[in-house]
Design a protein around this ligand. Structure first.
Ligand SMILES: Cc1cc2nc3c(=O)[nH]c(=O)nc-3n(C[C@H](O)[C@H](O)[C@H](O)COP(=O)(O)OP(=O)(O)OC[C@H]3O[C@@H](n4cnc5c(N)ncnc54)[C@H](O)[C@@H]3O)c2cc1C
Length: 380
């Protein structure tokens, strides 16, 4: 061991969000030993903490649908598989629009979902929308796309359940350990984190910090913070079904949360200080789309940024130097997709190709041209 090196591991994973912890778990489950997760703050203190935990098959491209199905399978059985409390609320998912071109695109997306093995998608006309969301006003809508098997879970619970399972398999998790630099050594890597740590392999799974960590190696990751300001309401529409609803025309989002709801407006023009503006915009949009919300108060509000990616919208997953890997940038879908991609990556690291997904689409060195996946919770 180099005299400056204080500890050695086979794999150092930087970041204790859903990505890093899920990867640690799947590597350990594949039989690897000597894994450590280094987290600058506490587990789940990054994007994962802010996540709404939405799980949806409603994507438009085959790979994203495949990942969504794997993610949904993972989270629906998580509680029993991991013997850890993390309820999957099967509330369904509803995307609505008043624009003919968006409805036509939703119809094509529904065909893609059926073709990819997710047949439970229904295109519903405006007059049937209240069957699945009685509190929604169909005024001005043409219809929507509804997936009853989709839902939500609490990502912080999920992450802690994964962390417990990883620890049981021998993974070390070190919180309050900030990585300052990653340097290539004669064999393997040296990680500076208040002490010098050597590793055969390093994985950058640090969410929004990943671009700065990959940059010295000539890799430009297009991951930027996109702020969502959420309000948590008092009891509303109690006893009525409340699928996670996104109005694709306005960016209005409503999701069940206990007896109340979590509400927001997704609009890329709002920055970190846009909370009041978002709540005002919510009130205005809801007065038309969901008037019942005019009668409720806000218990609390939160603000958090997610890991928006540019271009094709795919995550960055792969090796950028011999033994240096990237696993970050999930375009706001990381708590759903994270474990599925982590399993794919752990297998790839063990030399096993994914039977369905072509991993080159996640290459961190790619230039993510185009806009392969269009369904986004934002005004269009
Ligand atoms: C408001 C909001 C709503 C969302 N809704 C959904 C949803 O409905 N469904 C869904 O699937 N996804 C959703 N997401 C997205 C999801 O939360 C993210 O895609 C996912 O959590 C990313 O996980 P991660 O592990 O890559 O990043 P993070 O959770 O950010 O974890 C990265 C970790 O790295 C640590 N770190 C950073 N720098 C260092 C360093 N130098 N040294 C050590 N550690 C470091 C950070 O402290 C952090 O804990 C939402 C996100 C937000 C903010």
């Amino acid at each position: 061991m180099n005299s400056a090196v204080q500890r050695s591991y086979s794999t150092v994973i930087i970041g204790g969000g859903i990505a890093g912890v899920a990867l640690a778990y799947f590597l350990a489950r594949n039989g690897e030993t000597g894994i450590v997760v280094l987290e600058a703050n506490e587990l789940a203190s990054g994007c994962t903490q802010g996540s709404l935990g939405g799980v949806r098959q409603q994507f438009s491209t085959a790979p994203e649908i495949e990942l969504a199905i794997r993610g949904r399978n993972f989270w629906t059985t998580f509680e029993s598989d991991f013997d850890y409390p993390c309820t999957y609320y099967q509330d369904g998912y509803l995307l609505v629009t008043g624009k003919p071109e968006t409805l036509a695109a939703l119809e094509l997306a529904a065909q893609a979902q059926r073709a990819a093995g997710a047949p439970d998608v229904e295109i519903i006309s405006a007059d049937r929308i209240t069957d699945v969301a009685p509190w929604l006003s169909p005024e001005g809508l043409l219809g929507g796309s509804y997936t009853p098997l989709d839902g939500r879970f609490n990502p912080t619970d999920g992450l802690y359940g994964l962390a417990r399972a990883a620890k049981n398999l021998g993974v070390k998790i070190r919180e309050h350990t900030r990585v300052e630099s990653i340097n290539q050594a004669n064999s393997g890597w040296l990680v500076e984190a208040g002490e010098t740590i050597s590793a055969d392999r390093v994985v950058i799974a640090s969410g929004l910090s990943a671009p700065a960590m990959a940059k010295p190696f000539g890799v430009d990751l297009d991951i930027t913070p996109l702020w969502l300001h959420c309000g948590y309401t008092t009891a509303v529409a109690v006893g009525q079904p409340m699928p996670l609803m996104i109005d694709l025309d306005s960016g209005l989002i409503i999701e069940r949360e206990g007896e109340g709801a979590c509400v927001t407006v997704s609009d890329p023009t709002f920055g970190p200080h846009g909370k009041n503006a978002v709540m005002e915009q919510f009130a205005e949009l809801a007065s038309v789309r969901a008037p019942i919300f005019s009668e409720v108060g806000m218990r609390t509000t939160t603000s958090a940024a997610f890991d928006a990616t540019g271009g094709d919208g795919h995550a960055y997953v792969g090796e950028i130097e011999d033994g240096l890997w990237v696993f970050a940038g999930f375009d706001g879908h990381g708590t759903m997709q994270g474990p599925a991609l982590a399993q794919m990556l752990a297998n790839l690291m063990a030399g096993k190709k994914d039977p369905v997904l072509d991993v080159s689409m996640f290459d961190p060195r790619r230039i993510p041209h185009g806009k392969a996946e269009w369904i986004r919770a934002a005004k269009n």
